[in-house]
Design a protein around this ligand. Structure first.
Ligand code: ADP
Ligand code: MG
Length: 450
């Protein structure tokens, strides 16, 4: 059976590329097979969770393709203590009599309100989701949340599911992706099990949570069926919550009558998180995973990775994994090194020139003087600050900065150390850094997306 697992992984390798494969799939190992249960191990919790959210389904699909059977998996973290929240997966529980109220299927134990960081970018969506969890079917029905990938839509959807189930376990919360909805519908029709399908989604359902509804756009019969499900639930006062990549009217191929219904309740968007939110998310993830990440490193990573939260988590995981493989601490240089290799397309294009310009402006000095060799007090400090920011914000190397300031690289190194030392203790330096930084990063942030 170990062979089957390895073969399934190998089958995925061409699609994923060998780097991704080595990083995320290879460390997950099969330990035992018990009926349809595969017992796997992961070297840490972060890898386990990443694997579960991003690759597990593909592996299971691959296995199904090869063996025509469905497997379940249990992943144990071998070197760290298990997280408290492993839903219904303990062997003793498997033997326990079935509970009268089953927990909703398919919800990730990690995606809860407690672990969702609120910020300006997601405030409305998060508050609306909480309101839905407090008073399902009352205030926002349907609740429609949309936004780009990796911004927390699925997280909020699961959080609502958990919260509702915990408040009232007798509520039948049904969660699924629109893709799964379609597959089940097609299967039901093909095998003449339409009654069961209908019962599951129309009658035996108090709350319906559907992820990525854009998937059914253009699929007429599925849209039609969803329309009827929607109507049945809505008329019965049941809560419906839906996510998508665009707002209802902007989903290509979505039926007009469905679009209009999805617009009946509240439509809220989630945007890319701002710097503060990204930092808060990094801090939380690091803490949950027992990683020591300094405030400087947090700031640097939040500056380097801006596109979405999934990328941010991935970056932290890459850094943590490499650091532990190499046995080195997570320093700013190390982070720069690791993230440079993988690259983030949305990384800011803060250049050394931009830093020089902004610093010159802040101190009302000329750029030529920043680059010059005069050493009077009024210019030395701004010059050091400009070098420091060229390093931390623009990510330039010491020799490179030296070249652009007409200094040798040890001078640059010295300047960076000086500013590093004064960064918190000297109020003027602190104020200069934060203003210039905000100006540069703020500008990069409002630049239109590529
Ligand atoms: P989407 O469904 O919008 O593509 P997800 O909900 O899958 O995005 O989020 C991607 C990852 O980022 C998940 O691991 C999720 O927990 C995390 N995440 C997104 N937004 C936040 C947030 N505001 N606070 C904490 N984690 C977040
Ligand atoms: Mg999602």
């Amino acid at each position: 059976m170990g062979d089957i697992w390895n073969e399934a992984l190998r089958g995925l390798q061409p699609r994923l590329g060998s780097q991704t494969f080595d990083m995320w799939l290879r460390p997950i190992q099969l330990q035992a097979v018990e009926g349809d249960l595969l017992r796997l191990t992961a070297p840490n919790r972060f890898l386990k969770e990443w694997f579960e959210t991003h690759y597990l389904q593909s592996v299971l699909d691959q296995l199904r393709g090869m063996t025509s059977s469905d497997y379940r998996v249990e992943i144990e973290v071998v070197s760290e203590p298990l997280p408290e929240l492993v839903v219904g997966a303990q062997p003793e529980e498997a033997q326990a009599p079935p509970q009268s109220f089953a927990a909703p299927e398919g919800l990730s134990p990690r995606y809860r309100f407690g672990s969702f960081i609120k910020g300006a970018s997601n405030e409305v969506a998060a508050s609306a989701a909480m309101a839905v969890a407090e008073e399902p079917g009352q205030r926002f029905n349907p609740l429609f949340i949309y936004g780009g990938v990796g911004l927390g839509k699925t997280h909020l959807l699961h959080a609502v599911g958990h919260a509702l189930h915990e408040r009232d376990p007798s509520q039948r919360v049904v969660y699924l992706s629109a893709e799964r909805f379609m597959n089940e519908f097609v299967t039901a029709v093909r095998h003449n099990r339409f009654d069961q399908f209908r019962a599951r989604y129309r009658d035996r359902c108090d709350v319906l949570l559907v992820d990525d509804i854009q998937f059914i756009a253009g699929r007429d019969r599925t849209m039609d069926e969803f329309f009827h499900v929607f109507n049945a639930l809505y008329e019965a006062g049941k809560q419906i919550m839906v996510t998508a990549d665009h707002e209802p009217t902007d989903i290509d191929g979505m039926e007009e009558r469905l679009t209009s219904r999805l617009n009946w309740g509240l439509v809220a968007d989630i945007k890319a998180p701002d710097l503060e939110t990204r930092m808060a998310i990094l801090r939380q993830k690091a803490e949950n995973d027992g990683l020591h990440v300094s405030p400087e490193v947090t700031l640097l990573m939040a500056n380097l990775v801006r596109s979405n939260v999934r990328e941010l988590e991935g970056a932290l995981l890459r850094v943590a994994t490499f650091a532990s493989l190499k046995g080195v601490p997570i320093t700013e240089d190390f982070v720069r090194e690791v993230l440079k290799k993988t690259g983030d397309a949305s990384a800011p294009k803060v250049t050394v020139e931009a830093v020089q310009k902004a610093v010159a402006q802040y101190f009302s000095v000329r750029i030529a003087d920043l680059k010059g060799s005069r050493r009077h007090r009024g210019i030395v400090r701004p010059r050091q600050i400009a070098m420091y920011l060229s390093r931390t914000l623009a990510g330039a190397s010491f020799p490179d900065i030296g070249l652009r300031f007409g200094k040798d690289h040890s001078t640059v190194q010295y300047a960076c150390r000086r500013i590093e030392a004064m960064r918190e203790s000297d109020a003027d330096v602190k104020a200069a850094l934060s203003t210039v930084r905000r100006q540069l990063v703020g500008e990069a942030e409002t630049a239109p997306h590529a």
